[in-house]
Design a protein around this ligand. Structure first.
Ligand SMILES: *[C@@H]1O[C@H](CO)[C@@H](O)[C@H](O)[C@H]1NC(C)=O
Ligand SMILES: *[C@@H]1O[C@H](CO)[C@@H](O)[C@H](O)[C@H]1NC(C)=O
Length: 192
């Protein structure tokens, strides 16, 4: 028997195995691309500073309303504790835990709304400069604030992504002299 006839079935065997592995991988890749969960999307609907005309950061109240959309058709989302941070010109002026862990069903939108007062913005109360800057900006009709929502999440009912993911949704929330979110920013997405 020649050497060639002995190896031919082995070659055929391996090419079949490799073809099968290739197609299984391709199918898994397509499944992963179409079934992997989408990240929730955050949009700011309201942000308002009450008492902006008053005497200091200690007496101001920050109110926000942000929507969270889970666009997945079957995948639920389980969120960990949500923390709110507020910045003025990129400098932190307040941070507080806002919500305990919560779950979100597929294809639903949640509205997250919270008021930050006194204690939550105490870190900034010591800094008279921040308040002076805010008062100065108010005169010009635009005070730049940034709102950041931090949490971590896990996708439910999926076999494709079992990790916990950190999330930081950053909303640009400049307000006018009256403390209300500037009209052009209502409904804007908060990239995460
Ligand atoms: C935004 O929130 C403030 C404070 O709660 C409220 O007075 C105002 O009406 C809200 N604006 C909208 C558009 O809902
Ligand atoms: C948040 O905004 C949505 C959409 O504008 C509104 O339906 C909802 O009542 C608001 N929630 C609060 C607490 O203001």
């Amino acid at each position: 028997m020649s050497k060639e006839t002995a190896t031919r079935p082995t070659k055929l065997y391996f090419s079949i195995v490799f073809t099968v592995i290739f197609f299984i991988s391709l199918i898994l890749l397509i499944c992963w691309l179409s079934l992997r969960p989408h990240e929730p999307k955050f949009h700011v609907h309201n942000f308002s500073v009450l008492g902006l005309a008053d005497h200091g950061l200690e007496s101001a109240r920050f109110v926000y309303n942000v929507s969270v959309r889970n666009s997945n058709r079957r995948v639920g989302i389980s969120y960990d504790t949500l923390t709110t941070a507020i910045y003025h010109n990129g400098r932190p002026i307040g941070i507080t835990p806002s919500f305990n862990s919560f779950d979100q069903e597929p294809k639903t939108t949640l509205y997250i709304s919270h008021v930050l007062t006194g204690g939550a913005i105490a870190a900034a109360a010591g800094s008279g400069d921040t308040w002076k800057e805010i008062v100065g900006d108010r005169g010009s009709g635009k005070v730049e604030f940034q709102l950041e929502l931090r949490t971590s999440l896990r996708y439910e009912r999926t076999m494709w992504d079992l990790r916990r993911h950190g999330v930081r949704a950053k909303c640009q929330v400049p307000v006018g002299g009256d403390g209300a979110l500037l009209a052009g920013y209502v409904g804007q997405e908060c990239p995460s």
